[in-house]
Design a protein around this ligand. Sequence first.
Ligand SMILES: Cc1cc2nc3c(=O)[nH]c(=O)nc-3n(C[C@H](O)[C@H](O)[C@H](O)COP(=O)(O)OP(=O)(O)OC[C@H]3O[C@@H](n4cnc5c(N)ncnc54)[C@H](O)[C@@H]3O)c2cc1C
Length: 399
Amino acid sequence: MDIRSNEPYWLIVNSLPYSYPRLQKSISSEVLIIGAGITGALVAYKLINEGKKVIMVDRRDVCNGSTAASTSMLQYEIDVPLHKLIEQVGLTCAVSSYQNCEKTITDLKKIVDKIKSNCGFEYKKSVYFTSSKKDISFLKDEFEARQAHGFNVKWLSKEEIEKIGLNAFAAIESKSGAVMDIYKFTNDLLNYCCGKGLEIYDRTSIEEVKAKNEKTMATTKEGHIIEVDDVVHCSGYESVKTIKENIVNLKSTFALASEAYEKIPQAFKNRIYWNTDEPYLYFRSTADNRIVMGGGDRDFKNAKHRDALLPRKEKELTKSFKKCFSEISFIADYSWAGTFGETKDGLPYFGKTDPEKSEHYILGFGGNGITFSVMGMEAVINSINKTPHSFLEYYKFKR
Ligand SMILES: Cc1cc2nc3c(=O)[nH]c(=O)nc-3n(C[C@H](O)[C@H](O)[C@H](O)COP(=O)(O)OP(=O)(O)OC[C@H]3O[C@@H](n4cnc5c(N)ncnc54)[C@H](O)[C@@H]3O)c2cc1C
């Protein structure tokens, strides 16, 4: 599956910071991670810190899957609003999912600082707004649920929102949010982990994983065998091919990066935005004074169809921007398309599909993919050590 189009902005500003060899022979280790995106990088960081010997492979260059396409907004706000999630999965799982997503933002900042990654991490307020009168009561329900469960939120009236420069009827402003360049950070984290013993092979595709004599054998396209105790699949949306359960609806999504402004418009200095539309729109600024926005999701048919929609989506998204921020001009310099997935409850999938096998999945599907990957990093060691963790219960397969 081709999971993104060719021109994500992050690939252009960063190019290829580090390069790794292909696997040329059969090897063995303790753990194999399949996938060198943000999820694989965080899982590698955790396992290396736990003293494990780890090999990582990716069929592309590292970080060239969805991670290169991500708009890298960090929010604790899951695609399913809290008051709806409580109805769907119960109070404990819903509130804990929101709380843990919030915690991941500061957890990620600690790693950014530890590895000294110059990835533009910046805390921002997150504004969830509605441009439709009929959604005000829905937004109010969400505000009350968040307030009741201790989240630091503020209700913004139409007048307060207008002062920011946003055209909307009402909004919830949350203190917890951030932006970064996840492509740069993932590259930096992989390089850091290599310094601590991680072995990376890129352009190396795993075609089959099988158990044999207490070990797990992964076979590459070229026929080389990687023999390990455990395999962790951090293979993103392509993992749907190896999982029987239907866990995700694939969507095509679209993103734009504007021309650089001389100074970042005031509305974007301290805030990121998303709205109640279905599909929703979202907006952030970058360290080099651009505005990145995304949305326009459609059901995924195939990569060709998704990429063919891009010129039309660029026009539609630009028009939507102007409706929301009429005082700010927006000229798209870069546009790209990616594939992402929605799960039935907006939550990720962690753990084993088959308890008998030593294969673990960390799949942070959805708009909060990055924060879910940080949560997955916490759960992976328990999955390997066969010890309980609440995430392995909340986000298990066949739930
Ligand atoms: C346009 C867009 C905007 C987004 N915006 C945000 C956002 O603002 N905030 C947010 O939190 N999330 C966002 N997301 C989601 C986020 O980008 C993803 O959740 C995240 O990048 C997934 O990372 P990953 O490492 O799990 O997957 P990937 O980055 O796709 O990495 C998986 C890797 O596995 C490799 N692989 C797969 N199968 C094999 C195999 N058999 N053998 C070897 N290698 C294999 C692939 O080549 C790939 O590199 C966005 C996604 C898109 C597309």
